[in-house]
Design a protein around this ligand. Structure first.
Ligand code: ZN
Length: 285
């Protein structure tokens, strides 16, 4: 695909999100994903929890220097607001890699009630008994849903994972494990650092240009800093796998700019974590 062809397709993708609150707990969603009755998905805001200080208030990261009880309580609050069955969650253990694991009901509780999974940044399942959960604080969440095979994938895509095409790894895993056809897979990108705010050094910009020559991903922002457009990088790797342009959905929400969200860069590391979740809904029979 040439750069002109990619940009022409990319321009047809119109970012859209929805935001709702229940009991003060904010949840972002992507309307195009919400339109599918077979799944439930969302992304947490930082509101409505019990954490204080720089973690205020719905910190959902167990890796921050915070009391574990607070994070557990925040998850209980969040599950209640989002309608997620408490015992159903399976959490990633991110390492900014590209490891994708297939999980099922026997992995329920891993990462909070039970010991964590082995290191992985992506999860795939066809089991409606579990909820996939990944942690974020600027990094992209990629959501994947194949309504034909009834399987889902969710991953944490920081810039390293995005550069190494973790999105393609999730799609490959769905092909192998669930016999998914990429033409059937619907993709979403959750709240994450936007093209204007993701400042990089020349070495990082050059690495992205070399890996994704079809993109026009390099820019300069208002502060005169070099930037990289990670949302193009997301779309490019989905398209490379054979995902249809009309099946790619961006939330368009920037964690750096939206005060309801934690941002690792804006808050200079002194911040909490958010959670993305995705689950198959049991079929009515
Ligand atoms: Zn931004």
């Amino acid at each position: 695909m040439t750069c002109d062809e990619f940009i022409a397709i990319y321009r047809t993708i119109v970012p859209a999100h929805a935001y709702r609150e229940k009991n003060g707990v904010g949840i972002y969603t992507i309307p195009a994903l919400s339109a599918y009755p077979g799944i439930d998905h969302g992304f947490s805001a930082r509101t409505g929890g019990v954490s204080t200080g720089c973690f205020s208030s719905l910190n959902l990261s167990f890796t921050r220097p915070e009391q574990r009880e607070n994070v557990m309580q925040n998850y209980r609050i969040f599950c209640d607001a989002a309608g997620i069955p408490w015992e159903s969650m399976v959490m990633d253990t991110y390492e900014h890699g590209t490891t994708v694991l297939c999980v099922n009901r026997f992995d329920r509780g891993k990462g909070y009630e039970y010991p964590s999974l082995p290191f992985c940044d992506g999860l795939v399942t066809d089991d409606p008994e579990i909820t996939l959960v990944t942690g974020h604080a600027d990094c992209m969440a990629f959501y994947f849903y194949d309504p034909v095979r009834s399987c889902i994938g969710l991953c944490h895509a920081g810039w390293r994972g995005a550069l190494d095409r973790i999105g393609a790894e999730v799609i490959k895993t769905m092909r192998i494990a669930c016999e998914s056809d990429p033409k059937d897979i619907v993709c979403g990108v959750g709240p994450s650092i936007c093209p204007k705010c993701f400042e990089v050094g020349d070495d990082v910009a050059e690495a992205f240009e070399a890996a994704f020559p079809q993109c026009d991903l390099r820019g300069v922002n208002d502060r005169g800093r070099a930037t990289v457009d990670l949302w193009q990088v997301a779309a490019a790797q989905f398209l490379e796998c054979g995902v249809l342009p009309e099946h790619i959905h961006l939330s368009g929400v920037c964690t750096y700019e939206d005060g309801r969200l934690y941002s690792h860069r804006r808050d200079k590391g002194r911040t909490g974590g958010m959670a993305a979740y995705l689950r198959l809904l049991p079929r009515e029979s």
